[in-house]
Design a protein around this ligand. Sequence first.
Ligand code: FES
Length: 145
Amino acid sequence: MYSDKVMDHFENPRNVGEIENASGIGTVGNAKCGDIMRIYLDIDDDGIIRDCKFKTFGCGAAVATSSMATELVKGKSIEEAMKVTNKAVMEALDGLPPVKVHCSLLAEEAIHAALWDYAQKKGIHIEGLVQPKSDIHEEESGEEY
Ligand code: FES
């Protein structure tokens, strides 16, 4: 059912933990499955993501996608991190079963939420970034905050 890469990232997740004084922190959840993901970003003055950590209270696919997402954004510029979509995360993991696609959406949204937090703190605008939803199934934006 799961690829070797998914199993590897589930069993040996990379970048688990927190970053003290993080440049940006994003927390998102999915009310339907109850899973929650938090991403911490450490961004330097040149806009490069020097470090990225995560905490995920969720299913195995959510752990694997957040682990892979942190690997994909680490060392990247903000612009490059914006290209780390759920599709990119899924491809890097050699795919996910259809019922688990929403888990990868949580990872994309958590990165965006952390970037949003960073942009708010810095007072900057990040091209293509819109205010993330705290619940990825919640269509009425903002209401769940
Ligand atoms: Fe909801 Fe995986 S089942 S994030």
